[in-house]
Design a protein around this ligand. Sequence first.
Ligand SMILES: [Zn+2]
Length: 378
Amino acid sequence: MDTVTILSHVKKKEAWIHDTLRELVQQESPSEDRPAVNAAMALLERLAREQGARVKRHRQREFGDVLELRFGPPRSSRKPVLLLGHLDTVWPIGTLSEMPWREADHRYWGPGVLDMKAGVVIALAALNTLRELKLARPVTLLLNSEEEVGSPISRAITERLALESAAVLVLEPAQGLAYKTARKGVGHYDVQVTGVSAHSGVDFERGHSAILELAKLIQTISGFTNLARKLTVNCGVIAGGTRSNVVASSAHCEVDVRIAKASDAAYVEKLFRSLKVSDPQCKLTITGGINRPPMERKAGTIALFKKARSLAAALGFDLEEAATGGGSDGNFTAALGVPTLDGMGAVGEGAHAAHESVVIEHLVPRTALLAAMIASIE
Ligand SMILES: [Zn+2]
């Protein structure tokens, strides 16, 4: 693998990376806005066609379309490498007026620039490099439209494509400078208590407070956290009651759960299903569950990381690995046993935050590393 040739070839694409990333960031694309996400998809479809990609558009009603782009020789004995990206962001339309695209302090700034529009642009630049250097192999680039809301419609497509692929490379941002070899699984529960309302002055005794009952349950639920087990349970939203002089007839709580081991999904589920109210006049309803399995640090992922580290060394930089509590589409593919390496997108700071930005100097080396990885996976 001639990493030096790849690197010098990618360097010639710096202006293209800049122009394309600016155009993509300036097309706002919040998950909830189907036409806006589809406009970003149309831009990517055009760029992919320019590179000779075969395009399949999975049309959607509720969210933007999902784009399946096939690169490289259509007939090959090698299995494809699956690249996972998303074009939706957490930023509502109009964010650009307060957080415009700009270049300052050796960075590119703007909504979605790090998470993960730069990752998608890096992937296109890497694929174009491989094509020009005649190193192309079968690659599927899957771009979904609803990752930031849990990938409800694209999950099945992602899983199907992963199962036919040699490996999965995820274009999410790096963790600092590191690639991600483990991610926690993610769950969400809604805990709803229904009590009996009453006038707090006139007939207090007739009331059964949903708020009091929920408060007790929150103590129990928060106690499910087990830091040694890397299991966290966060009651992040509570609501209930109507007025201070009414015994509350309803209250609810939204809970975020993170697990490090796949087997903890059943364990957590059992804990939630075993919850009981202490006041028999109150009723408890629990909905939700674990919706992303954890990406555990397994042999296939470790082998991919070792390959990436040695290619990075040949390109002249050190590559570390890291674990994160956040989930991605890589959770789904890793859980199927397909070797998955994550964090292969841009280096920067402030995903989902006002200081979202990408460090420019890392764009070329990360593109070269992605290209070298794609070419070297058997
Ligand atoms: Zn992301």
